[in-house]
Design a protein around this ligand. Structure first.
Ligand SMILES: CC(C)(COP(=O)(O)OP(=O)(O)OC[C@H]1O[C@@H](n2cnc3c(N)ncnc32)[C@H](O)[C@@H]1OP(=O)(O)O)[C@@H](O)C(=O)NCCC(=O)NCCS
Length: 198
């Protein structure tokens, strides 16, 4: 658990670079099956492990994450995934990378968050834990809202965001659904609560 995420009220007084370092610190999530995963800021040296994880993902899961059918992730896309404003990876107790979370600026006040959990690890609460962490991190970095995208026929991934507060779901011209959550104090209290529980 990163203390600064639990009580971020003093953080806006700190330089943005310091806040970025804080959000990248490792923390341990306890999953619903009792196992743990270490979540930390990603770096270029995670590329091979991330490529291996993506290689274990089903086409359906990759389609849901990238919103277009994807057979394999080329090196430039892999590099992009590791260089969004904040990138988190989660590693299982065996040291395998099993999940990825990205935060990227949609506009100066809004961050897009996107998650990918490999098939073998779904349903253990990784999204719930990492999404709360992403929302807390986005707030710490000064964003006022977050958006998350999903395929039109796969709205359930947006449910987890909706547990933190009232989301407004619109759609892009492609039909992709865009859920928007304004980071009110109530939402941040919910996100910190979810982090404490993880
Ligand atoms: C969406 C995704 C991140 C969920 O990860 P996860 O770690 O399995 O999520 P959690 O275990 O925290 O579960 C979150 C909720 O989704 C539900 N869920 C998980 N897999 C599901 C599935 N295949 N169908 C319907 N609901 C599902 C869980 O039951 C849980 O809901 P609950 O708390 O009401 O029971 C993961 O499946 C994934 O990477 N999908 C592809 C990419 C994607 O859709 N990303 C989200 C948009 S960016």
């Amino acid at each position: 658990m990163v203390a600064s995420l639990v009580a971020p009220s003093t953080a806006p007084l700190r330089p943005r670079s310091t806040r970025l370092r804080w959000v990248s610190l490792p923390w341990t999530a306890t999953l619903t099956d009792g196992t743990t995963a270490v979540v930390r800021g990603a770096a270029g040296y995670d590329a091979d492990d991330l490529a291996a994880m993506i290689g274990r993902c089903s086409p359906r899961v990759l389609h849901e994450r990238f919103l277009v059918p994807v057979e394999h992730v080329p090196l430039p896309l892999l590099a992009d995934l590791l260089s969004t404003e904040v990138t988190f990876v989660a590693r299982d107790p065996a040291g395998r990378t099993v999940a990825l979370a990205n935060i990227a600026a949609e506009d100066p006040r809004t961050a897009e968050v996107a998650l990918l959990v490999e098939d073998a690890c779904v349903g253990r609460g990784l999204e719930a834990a990492m999404l709360a962490h992403c929302v807390a991190s986005a707030h710490l970095l000064g964003y006022r809202a977050v958006v998350q995208r999903a395929l039109p026929d796969t709205l359930w991934p947006l449910r987890v965001l909706g547990r933190l507060g009232q989301v407004r779901v619109g759609h892009a011209s492609s039909g992709v659904r865009v859920a928007r959550l304004v980071l009110t104090e109530t939402v941040m209290t919910a996100a910190r609560g979810a982090l404490r529980a993880a």
